[in-house]
Design a protein around this ligand. Structure first.
Ligand code: BGP
Length: 293
């Protein structure tokens, strides 16, 4: 018996959670990785017999263009989540993920980078990289963060015309780590994974406002839904798994009753200058993407 999970997360993060589930449930979990929109497109275009089962990760409440590809589902754990009510009925909440700037410390020298504005410095011309907002959660969320500063899409256009676009979020972190670019628009888990590997990187929560991603989980609509797929959603939202995510990966849990045991980590999270909901553009993803073209 096999279930297939689509995920845009770094392998190290998602695979270990799935491995634990495989053991407890005695089921094999196959993993398909890619940028959020690439995976959603694959699901939309798949024939019934090739369809996988669950998407884990990505800001699915906004990234999903075809809600009909997914099953309306509310797990028994949803009530314990920080946002007890699902934003859309086909997405369950998972974890909260800040989008961050990363800089290569060996290259950045004296150039101060605290937020998005600093990336416009003359010395950084051609040295900043970001991932395609049409294909990735990360690129899209950063562009929304930039818009939220002055509520002006021209700021997004200015940024895009002076920075370098790549097709995948994982390339952003790779290329800043290896020194092809001085700075990039990334997200916490990817940045931390590379910092842990020893690359000379620093992670910066944009001072003008940091976008906190509400990462989701969605159940693929198909004729025969494996009951283990629903079990996996409940499992990923369970207190045990969420506590492990908080403690081992120092990620902000999506649950109300899970806190980072490490006081320093918890204090750091409270200091992140998170953009307030009311400052985020209320346009749909489609409208927003049209405006920034
Ligand atoms: C982060 C999201 C994660 C995941 C990751 C990679 O910004 O919070 O949920 O989506 O990006 O996805 P992508 O490659 O689509 O940017």
């Amino acid at each position: 018996e096999t279930i297939t999970v689509y995920s845009p997360y770094p392998r190290e993060l998602i695979r270990s959670l799935l491995n634990d589930f495989e053991q407890t449930e005695n089921v094999k979990v196959e993993l398909k990785q890619g940028s959020t929109q690439v995976l959603l497109r694959e699901i939309h275009q798949s024939d019934e017999d090739e369809l996988g089962d669950i998407v884990v990760g990505g800001v699915l409440s906004e990234m999903i263009e075809h809600p009909d590809d997914f099953e309306v589902y509310e797990s028994k754990n949803q009530k314990y989540m920080k946002y007890a009510k699902q934003k859309v009925p086909y997405v369950s909440d998972f974890i909260l993920m800040p989008t961050t700037i990363v800089v290569n410390e060996d290259l950045i020298g004296n150039i101060k980078v605290r937020g998005y504005k600093d990336l416009h410095a003359d010395e950084l011309k051609g040295k900043v990289v970001y991932s395609n907002p049409l294909e990735t959660t990360t690129g899209y969320q950063h562009m929304k963060a930039i818009e939220s500063i002055n509520h002006d899409v021209d700021d997004v256009k200015d940024f895009m015309s002076s920075a370098n676009k790549v097709d995948k979020s994982s390339k952003v972190i790779q290329e800043v780590a290896k020194g092809k670019y001085y700075a990039g628009l990334s997200y916490e888990s990817d940045a931390k994974a590379y910092i842990n590997k020893g690359y000379p990187l620093k992670m910066i929560y944009p001072s003008e406002g940091t976008m906190l991603n509400h990462d989701g989980i969605a159940l693929v609509k198909k004729e025969n839904i494996n009951p283990k797929s629903k079990k996996l959603i409940n499992y990923l939202q369970s207190k045990k798994v969420q506590q492990k995510i908080a403690d081992e990966y120092k990620i902000q849990s999506g649950r109300k009753d899970v806190f980072n045991q490490n006081k320093q980590v918890a204090a750091k999270f409270r200091e992140i200058p998170v953009i307030k909901d009311e400052d985020i553009s209320h346009l749909t993803r489609k409208q927003f993407l049209e405006l920034i073209q």
